[in-house]
Design a binder for this molecule. Structure first.
Ligand code: TYD
Length: 219
């Protein structure tokens, strides 16, 4: 694999991907890698403003095109300000969510687009042929994930629940959508059972990453 690679963490609500991303970053740093963490939406100052528009408020406040355009605007900023410059310097970039989130949430979940043409076109505009080297998909039962997510939000004055408010079938569709994406691109996706204990999920991620690295080295 080339120096400087791009690894994304994906999953539904309450899958624990943000915790796991931090643990994986620690592991990489301990093995001597220079790591940069980013997230979508909202990794930059402008991105934070876009994030607030997207994750707060009424779940039906945007039509599907407006919502999708906002995610791609944020993605463009993330790529040009954080991801591309860090990769150029040979760093490993970990992103908490990336383009697969848009396919999972806005296409599969919301189920308002006939196909992914809008997303595919916008992706080309903001990213060209660039793709993540590895995508960890943290898969968990929808009810279990939502319970975790609401529990975490309790008492925290968390206003960022716009997507959690969608009905359960939205979350079922997006979970199955993610699994379909993983099936389509098995060389990029690594599916992890996120219902296990935090330390077991962490170990599974590291094991899968090391196996992936050995495979790359042999090629
Ligand atoms: P995130 O900060 O990862 O929240 P959480 O930790 O609750 O998963 O993402 C914020 C929300 O934005 C989340 O509900 C998923 C949603 N989202 C999309 O709908 N489409 C996208 O393209 C992205 C990047 C996120």
């Amino acid at each position: 694999m080339k120096e400087g690679h791009f690894i994304t963490f994906e999953g539904g609500e309450g899958s624990g991907k943000s915790t796991q991303l931090k643990l994986f970053a620690e592991y990489l740093a301990n093995s001597g890698k220079e790591v940069v963490l980013t997230r979508e939406p909202g990794a930059t100052e402008v991105g934070k403003e876009i994030r607030r528009l997207l994750v707060e408020g009424d779940k039906d406040k945007f039509d599907e095109i407006t919502e999708t355009l906002l995610f791609y605007a944020d993605r463009r900023i993330n790529l040009t300000k954080i991801v591309f410059p860090a990769l150029k310097e040979g760093k490993v970039v970990l992103s908490d969510r990336f383009n697969d989130s848009t396919i999972a949430y806005q296409y599969y979940g919301a189920a308002k687009f006939k196909n992914t043409e809008v997303m595919d076109t916008l992706y080309k505009v903001v990213a060209g042929d660039f793709k993540p080297d590895i995508t960890f998909l943290l898969d968990i039962d929808v009810k279990e994930g939502l319970e975790r997510s609401f529990k975490k939000a309790q008492g925290m004055e968390n206003k960022e629940l716009r997507f959690e408010k969608a009905d359960i079938s939205f979350h079922e569709r997006l979970r199955n959508g993610y699994l379909e994406l993983a099936k389509k691109e098995p060389e990029r996706f690594i599916v992890i059972n996120a219902a296990q204990e935090v330390s077991k999920v962490r170990d599974d991620i590291i094991k899968a990453y090391e196996a992936h690295q050995h495979k790359e080295e042999r090629q």
